[in-house]
Write a protein that binds this ligand. Structure first.
Ligand SMILES: Nc1ncnc2c1ncn2[C@@H]1O[C@H](COP(=O)(O)OP(=O)(O)OP(=O)(O)O)[C@@H](O)[C@H]1O
Length: 272
């Protein structure tokens, strides 16, 4: 296995940057259940990093540690070169960690535009007083935020539905709106929890393209959990494999695909 601290180049010739986040010896327990056992891995700037494994392996728990929703009993989370103390999820979001959810978490009665605008909340600095009076800073802020949001709406090709209430949209489009809202916060690290779950083939192809475009165009670092192996192997620069709370593999899609431990525990291709 490759030394995870060594710089590396992706098969398509891109150079992956420095370490953005590092999980050091993370252990997370729920009472007697050990969901994560002493796991370490890093996420580098600009890469697409997948976390895979069978059901109950601990993937969602790991994503929740990264997003600050769960606090591990042991280990350290390093972010942008410093240990991140235990924080509330909204504080972690302010530090540039955005996410989408497995079960879509949008405001169904609100329009697409308004939903995406809620993603800008972490950037709003005008006081309540200024906002109420629509004065100076509040007005400038609102105009700037709307511009940013419109750019993202164009980028994800959802202009035609910007005034449609989210509740009326098909599933695949709702997922895209959720991606738009997460992007509106301009995250340094974007966490995607099963972005393809419940999608048909065409919707998966669209979503894959948008994830790659976001990574390419905005340089957003992405960490994702996904069960569809075709998608994972196509999208990711590197993959962490978990099983029963332990890390059993870590490397490029090719390295992981050919790792006998991973094959035995998860991918299920017979020994030669
Ligand atoms: N809030 C919780 N309270 C108690 N146990 C939990 C909690 N969340 C997860 N677990 C347990 O931790 C282990 C890992 O679960 P987790 O949901 O992280 O796995 P997963 O790999 O994401 O699974 P899936 O692919 O099915 O979503 C499981 O045994 C699960 O039952």
């Amino acid at each position: 296995m490759k030394d995870m601290y060594e710089p590396y180049e992706t098969p398509d010739g891109r150079t992956i940057g420095g370490c953005l986040m590092e999980m050091k010896n993370i252990t997370l327990k729920f009472g007697g259940v050990v969901a994560i056992k002493d796991i370490s891995f890093d996420i580098r700037e600009g890469e697409i990093r997948a976390i895979i494994g069978p059901n109950g392996a601990g993937k969602s728990s790991m994503l929740n540690v990264i997003s600050g929703f769960y606090h591990p009993q042991e280990g350290e989370v390093w972010y942008k070169g410093a240990v991140r103390p235990a924080m509330k999820p909204y504080e972690v979001a302010r530090m540039g960690v955005g996410r989408t959810f497995q079960n879509i978490a949008l405001f169904e009665g609100m329009t697409v535009l308004d939903n995406v605008m809620t993603g800008r909340l972490t950037h709003m600095k005008a006081s309540l007083w200024e906002q109420a009076l629509w004065w100076g800073k509040a007005e400038r802020e609102e105009v700037f935020n709307r511009d940013q949001v419109e750019k993202i709406i164009d980028f994800l090709e959802i202009q035609a539905i910007r005034k449609t209430p989210v509740g009326r949209l098909p599933y695949g489009l709702k997922k895209r709106v959720e991606l738009a809202r997460a992007l509106a916060a301009e995250p340094s690290l974007l966490l995607l929890d099963e972005p393809m779950a419940g999608m048909n083939v065409e919707e998966k192809e669209d979503m894959s393209r948008f994830i790659l475009d976001v990574n390419d165009e905005f340089g957003t670092t992405i960490a994702l959990i996904e069960h569809d192996m075709g998608v994972v192997m196509d999208l990711s620069d590197r993959v962490v494999v978990m099983d029963y709370g332990k890390k059993i593999g870590d490397g490029t899609p090719d390295e992981v695909r050919n790792d006998q431990n991973v094959i035995d525990a998860y991918l299920g291709v017979p020994h030669e």
